[in-house]
Design a protein around this ligand. Structure first.
Ligand code: DC
Length: 335
């Protein structure tokens, strides 16, 4: 008797998705190991606790694996654990070298057997980058690096120092002994400036435009890009920004460029800011977003631009759940 292992993922908790994923997984295991169905003694599934809509064992029966004992169980919900993942063990009456099968990113989810991956998500303000990046980081159990926060911290420091932020020399002077650290607590990024947690302060509306302005300066960009590359070289992570796929990590394993109409992006920012208690004028916010896009896309070094090999996703008419599912589908097809 031998045991063959396998795992797969589904983009969302949905009966049809479970049926498709289980059938595909079992058929691939059978093909790769040249199994006949009557050689399978039993199949044991375990799925993560976010899967409720269908028993994987039932999906196996529907897919024609009915002559063996089938069993499904659910894994406990462990913080930082996998999501939307189905694992399987096939007990087989045969003597062979088992070929285990991991599909749709399931291997990348397992830290112990995964290779390091970098995901680049670029796009203008309000395109949904950070929400998608956070969801990917959570689902694939990898780090999320918000690179915009780094430029925002530079802007905050330059403003505090009273620098004329249009002037590269003044900005460089203001940032000379800046201690910028990115820390993670419970998986959440904290941007630390000289030991102070500025994660909230850097979100203030006036910092947004200033961040775009200081990020024009080549010396600021080179310094930040180096820090970002250093972090990305050490571990699997998803980075969001404007130039990740084109400049910071041109060899990233996955590249996405998210976009949406200025109207939709301004509305998202408006909702975000008003929920935080800021009073903002929608039209003014929209004008500022368009101006920031122009400034980010118009700078000489590493402008906001879709990398040639990035997948474009227009999120204007999509819910965030749909965007995450679309991005994960693209990734899972290629892992
Ligand atoms: O993503 P964000 O809105 O927090 O970014 C703030 C500004 O920082 C953005 O307008 C331009 C700059 N930025 C950049 O130039 N390159 C990045 N990779 C990320 C942000």
């Amino acid at each position: 008797m031998i045991v063959i292992r396998g795992a797969t993922t589904i983009p969302q908790d949905d009966k049809e998705e479970i049926r498709k994923a289980v059938a595909e997984l079992l058929d691939q295991i059978a093909n790769k190991n040249m199994l006949l169905k009557d050689e399978i003694v039993s199949i044991v599934f375990s799925s993560t606790s976010d899967i409720h809509s269908y028993y994987p064992a039932k999906a196996a029966r529907v897919a024609g694996y009915e002559g063996c004992a089938l069993f499904s169980s659910q894994e406990p919900d462990i913080e930082g654990g996998l999501s939307l993942c189905i694992r399987v063990m096939l007990f087989v009456e045969k003597n062979l070298d088992p070929r285990h099968v991991y599909l749709r990113g399931a291997k990348c989810l397992r830290k112990d057997i995964a290779k390091k991956i970098n995901v680049a998500i670029d796009g203008p303000a309000g395109s949904g980058k950070s929400t998608v990046a956070k969801a990917l980081a959570r689902d694939y159990n990898i780090l999320y690096l918000d690179t915009g926060a780094m430029y925002r911290a530079c802007a905050l420091r330059a403003l505090k120092e009273g620098a004329n932020i249009e002037d590269e020399r003044e900005v460089v002077d203001a940032l000379r002994d800046m201690e910028l650290d990115i820390e993670y607590r419970d998986g959440v990024q904290h941007t630390m400036l000289g030991g102070e947690d500025v994660s909230e302060k850097i979100r203030e509306p006036q910092v947004s435009m200033a961040a775009s302005t200081v990020s024009k300066h080549a010396s600021v960009r080179m310094r930040m890009a180096e820090k970002q590359r250093e972090i990305a070289s050490k571990m699997s992570c998803v980075l969001d920004g404007r130039d990740i796929g084109t400049f910071v990590l041109p060899d990233a394993d996955f590249k996405f460029f998210l976009t949406a109409s200025p109207e939709v992006r301004a509305k998202r920012r408006y909702d975000e800011l008003t929920a935080k208690g800021y009073t903002v004028d929608f039209e003014e916010l929209k004008r500022e977003i368009v101006k920031r896009d122009e400034q980010d896309a118009g700078r000489a070094l590493a402008p906001l631009k879709q990398a040639e090999d990035a997948v474009l996703v227009d999120t204007s008419d999509m819910t965030i759940g749909e965007v995450v599912a679309a991005v994960k589908k693209q990734m899972q097809e290629r892992i």
